[in-house]
Design a protein around this ligand. Sequence first.
Ligand SMILES: Cc1cc2nc3c(=O)[nH]c(=O)nc-3n(C[C@H](O)[C@H](O)[C@H](O)COP(=O)(O)O)c2cc1C
Length: 295
Amino acid sequence: MLEIDVASLKMKSPLVLASGVLGSFSPSLSRVAEHAGAVVTKSVGLQPREGYRTPVIINTPHGLINAVGLSSPGCEEFSKELSKFRGDAKLIVSLFASEPDDFVKLSSYFDMADAFELNLSCPHVSDAGLTVGSDPELVKEIVEKMKSRSSKPVFPKLSAATDYIEVAKAAEEGGADGIVAINTLRGMAIDIGTRKPILSNISGGVSGEGIKPIAMKVVWDLYEELEIPVIASGGATTWRDVIEFILAGARAVQIGSAFFYSYRVFYSIKESLIAYLRKEKISLNELVGMAHKTV
Ligand SMILES: Cc1cc2nc3c(=O)[nH]c(=O)nc-3n(C[C@H](O)[C@H](O)[C@H](O)COP(=O)(O)O)c2cc1C
């Protein structure tokens, strides 16, 4: 009942675990896979990377702020771990790099991947992520190179803090199979007791409920402008949020921060979506972008 195609990926559900939330530990990813259509790994680079000192994550009333710093064991270790992934959800490996050739080199380590997500949007590193994803020409070149070497779907993940329509169109021209939008947005918090910024990196990326309206508008705009599918990310916490993103044009919806609040979020949203579709006598495919027809 929840089956949906995103480009050539045939997913059993539109629910996707967002990158970074569960790292890359295969047993944890496999467990979420039971109730998700796809799981995205923590972003991985060519070299091992330490990330920032703690504290790297804060919980606020509006969502989380994190500055993990793309910590990663490097692609060799990471691919060994991912080879143990089991489950009928699609495995999407998230890659970060600064140069087009490095993205291609990285992808060659991950035969087990069903698709690649390109992290062109992390807001708290200076040599990758948003720094790369703000340049439409570079984004096009990265996607073109990836597509010339691999037949697997490639999903660039963009930020709302860019001219995202221009960047998304460049990615589409380069051959992207879909766009993931959005990543976290820059933010910070200060401890009034110590009078210091809480995160060791001073600022980080805001995620969770507070960014949902921003993500919604980006998904809406991209649905209007692009031919390729849009995958929503940003603040989806309940089944209602998931339906709202689908009405705005998303074919799949990632869930990240909400997972920190409830380990059962995929199961409960999945069950609620099924109940909603039954009650409304409507299919997921019919719902995609439906709100556009009302204006
Ligand atoms: C602790 C944490 C780590 C994250 N790590 C990554 C990452 O490695 N790569 C990436 O593209 N996004 C990363 N993200 C962003 C999420 O994948 C997601 O796009 C963002 O949190 C918005 O979705 P949400 O509001 O559902 O959490 C991370 C988010 C959090 C909270």
